[in-house]
Design a binder for this molecule. Sequence first.
Ligand code: HEC
Ligand code: HEC
Length: 250
Amino acid sequence: MALLVLLLMGLMLTGGAYALFTTSSTAKAEEYSASDIDGGKKLFVSNCATCHGAGAQGTPNGPSLIGVGASAVDFQVGTGRMPLQASGPQAPVKKAQFSDDQIKQLSAYVASLGPGPSIPDSEYLDASKGDAAAGGGLFRTNCAMCHNVVGAGGALTRGKYAPNLQQVSEKHLYEAMQTGPQNMPIFNDANLTPEQKRDVISYVRTVSETPSPGGFKLGALGPVAEGLFVWFFGLAAVIGITVWLTARSK
Ligand code: HEC
Ligand code: HEC
């Protein structure tokens, strides 16, 4: 009996300690009023419920939103991905269809359904406080295989693509890492702490704003684009000169 009690106590202690140390989001939650939640519910029923279900429980046309948190809604609706207009391999970025206030209400409603990542605190969105060099290292190990080393974007399988990050706002950068839209993995605070996310944001801002001293960047697409350029124009020039030289020697 004593052994059983000891075992139970041990289990409860580890469980408790685990819950204590892995609280999902350190970036502070925004406070929502009951009227925000109410307004959000109305917007949700008329604009989102056809796909996500009347209680956001999910339907065959859209996933459940219980527990995705305010951050996912702010990202998806703020970048115009949601409401989705047509099914396709990936929800395209469009002009946001709702005002900031309405997005806040929708986020409040979804956040009220279950705990999930909240909207990031502005402290972690200030690129000037981040370390761009450290962020560059993190970006190359975690993001570059899909988004290219300078965030220029790239194609994935089945018509999906990792978008170009250079015009994306600091808030949406953070929220994308936090919520992992579609094929992108989730980078929770255990993978990348809020400070590290800020470093990544700082890196993306720095490379997007750095002018190209060598001239035309060729879209910063990397060695393939640059190699092709040299292949076509460099080789054409070499052939041209050779032809010209042999023509002269006759
Ligand atoms: C035409 C159907 C459709 C409509 C309308 C729609 N959605 Fe979606 N939604 C989807 C599908 C499909 C996905 C999953 C695929 C994706 O993320 O591209 C999704 C994904 C999401 C996600 C991401 C969930 C996650 O796990 O991170 C959020 C948040 C979301 N929708 C919110 C909304 C909100 C808020 C509205 C209303 C303003 C809305 N959606 C309207 C179909 C829809
Ligand atoms: C496995 C590939 C993959 C990795 C790794 C990845 N992403 Fe993504 N990312 C995607 C895809 C795919 C999308 C588009 C999702 C969608 O539109 O629903 C995306 C979207 C985004 C967006 C939204 C862009 C926009 O136009 O709104 C941001 C910001 C972003 N990623 C940042 C990052 C950062 C920062 C990292 C590293 C910490 C990262 N991603 C790692 C695949 C990836």
